[in-house]
Design a protein around this ligand. Structure first.
Ligand SMILES: [Zn+2]
Length: 590
């Protein structure tokens, strides 16, 4: 080989700024690299210098413009030597790097990586090149891990990882990581949630917004010039669609929370992102000002899961979605018919049939062998619910201290054990995660030293990563549950707030139901005593189960959970006289 530089051909100086460099701008900037390479070229008597600079692209893929130009020059036989700062400027995929090195060798192009001491004129230095390539790929993987971890850490810290604020929020001009409420859009969002809680579906809500000519999110975003989904069509500015409403109703952001890591990259070489299932999202509570209260948001979620069909009676029965079968746990369906006169052939005359409005187990309806009817009339169950709410709110208002005490005791008992085991499991997971990190390092060292094949290394490291991900996921789920426990201890206060707000409850309408009722479990009627007895458990929001009405059964001296329908009205009057009955009920339900 010729030590004298080839005068006709060019000396290609290749500079590249990678994304990873951006954190260490000074030492790796294009300017610094240029200065370093120029100085080196001059010192070594290289002439005909030409710079090839790639700015800010990652080294994972060979899709860089300057690099392509450089290779074109090499292929055209115009390059005498290529000089770069280190091998990582070159690329991180060791197979590709190897291919290029081979290409340079074949075309007699001298290759120099200053910082790694590599010079193809000196074959000894090249011996290390493959190793450095692999190192560099590892570095890239390691970096991707680090970046991912940093991103996750940012995600876990509750700072929004998205670059744009969602409709309803704006970025705080003083702190880009913070969101502030967009005062123009917020009232629209509140309206949407209110309508949803009132029992309206997304389609109905969208048509109301259209008829009121309210600007849709895309148009609003275009007006203020932010976001990815700007829509500037003046003619369709209020063209709200059900899907837009659905998306708004599903966003925890409106209750003041940040949702991070909705998406992920499966592999560090991937360009595309994939959506993660909802249960894997990381949700950070109370990171910014809420547009709707948490209660309203929760109620809206519940309202969305209920299918509402309007029948010949007009509006759907508001109880639908709240009633569950006590035996199989399925939802109960509403059946209604009007009173009518019809011909009874057996009796040979016209008989009057009473109207019906009742609920039955939905599984029973599908297959009569799998469950029983669990028949209950809307009137009876409405009365029970209304009475439970009235009784509980009146008692809470009149006996604040005792009420809070009773709820706290019940909740502490339920959660104490679970909290202990959760904390234990989290600590265990953290220990294993640290172990896996060590194993990962060791495996890599073995691989680098040639004690492991690449395939085996991939297998082992992949396994470690999968296990680690699973552990991390479980730990964050447990932590979220723990947090929920902490929040639960305030439930009594929340209920008390409600009780103070609702002092006059006369009718059981949809907003009241969503505000107070978590679910109602209807058990099968028992006729063994000669009377029809049916147990109904009403679970209230924030405070849970109340057995209704307990004192009727107490009178009979039998099972305290039995309620007799015929005695129900009497029990109502009895209870009005004995409001202190409630704590006793609470104890029975724990
Ligand atoms: Zn059932």
């Amino acid at each position: 080989m010729n030590r004298q530089p080839n005068q006709e051909k060019i000396t290609a100086l290749y500079e590249r700024l990678s994304i990873e460099d951006s954190r260490d701008v000074e030492s790796n900037s294009i300017k610094t690299q240029k200065a370093m390479l120029t100085e080196y070229a001059e010192k070594n008597g290289f002439t005909n210098i030409r710079h090839f600079s790639d700015d800010g692209t990652t080294g994972l893929r060979f899709e860089r413009d300057a690099w392509k130009q450089l290779i074109a020059e090499v292929e055209a036989g115009n390059v005498a030597q290529i000089v770069m700062k280190d091998l990582t400027r070159f690329g991180r995929d060791h197979v590709q790097v190897g291919n290029y090195l081979e290409m340079f060798r074949q075309r007699g192009v001298r290759f120099i990586a200053i910082a790694h001491g590599i010079d193809s004129m000196n074959p000894d230095t090249l011996e290390f090149a493959p190793f450095i390539n692999i190192m560099s790929e590892w570095y890239s993987r390691d970096n991707s891990r680090k970046l991912r971890n940093a991103f996750r850490a940012k995600g876990r810290s509750g700072k929004p990882t998205t670059s744009k604020a969602v409709y309803g929020f704006l970025k705080d001009p003083d702190d880009k990581a913070r969101w502030i409420v967009d005062t123009e859009a917020a009232p629209v969002i509140r309206r949407i949630f209110q309508m949803a809680v009132g029992g309206m579906g997304p389609g109905k809500i969208a048509s109301v917004l259209r008829s009121e000519q309210i600007d849709k999110p895309g148009y609003h975003m275009a007006q203020i010039g932010v976001g990815d989904h700007q829509w500037d069509d003046e003619n369709r500015r209020s063209y709200w669609q059900a899907s837009t409403v659905s998306k708004i109703l599903a966003k925890p952001e409106y209750a003041g929370h940040t949702v991070n890591l909705r998406t992920e990259k499966k592999h560090f070489k991937d360009k595309n992102i994939t959506w993660k299932p909802k249960e894997d999202w990381l949700i950070f509570p109370n990171t910014h000002e809420a547009i709707v209260e948490q209660e309203i948001w929760d109620m809206a979620q519940k309202a969305r899961t209920v299918k509402r069909r309007t029948d010949t009676f007009g509006e759907a029965n508001p109880l639908t979605g709240f009633l569950y079968c006590g035996t199989c746990g399925r939802r109960m369906y509403n059946h209604r018919c009007n009173p009518c006169d019809s011909m009874d052939k057996a009796k040979g005359r016209v008989v009057h049939k009473k109207g019906r409005d009742a609920y039955c187990c939905s599984l029973y309806q599908i297959c009569r062998h799998d469950c029983t009817m669990h028949y209950i009339t809307t009137e009876a169950v409405s009365d029970l619910i209304l009475e439970t709410i009235r009784g509980a709110t009146a008692y809470a208002r009149g006996n604040e201290a005792e009420f809070i005490q009773a709820i706290r005791q019940a909740s502490a008992l339920r959660q104490g054990e679970a909290a202990k085991s959760h904390k234990k499991q989290i600590a265990k997971n953290e220990k294993r995660i640290a172990e896996l990190d060590t194993l990962f390092r060791k495996t890599y060292e073995d691989f680098a030293a040639g004690r492991l094949t690449e395939k085996r290394f991939e297998q082992l490291s992949g396994g470690y990563e999968t296990e680690q991900d699973a552990l991390e996921k479980q730990a964050s789920e447990l932590a979220a549950e723990l947090e929920q426990f902490d929040r639960d201890s305030f439930r009594a206060d929340k209920f008390l707030d409600l009780a103070r707000r609702y002092t006059e409850i006369t009718e059981l309408d949809a907003p009241l139901l969503y505000e107070f009722v978590q679910k109602v479990v209807v058990h099968e009627a028992d006729k063994s005593s000669g009377k029809r007895e049916q147990v109904v458990e009403v679970f209230l929001n924030h405070i849970g189960a109340f057995t209704v009405p307990a004192q009727v059964a107490a009178d009979g001296g039998g099972d305290d959970k039995r309620a007799m329908w015929s005695d129900y009205k009497r029990s109502q009057r009895a209870r009005a006289k004995q409001p202190t009955e409630l704590p006793a009920q609470e104890e029975k339900t724990t």
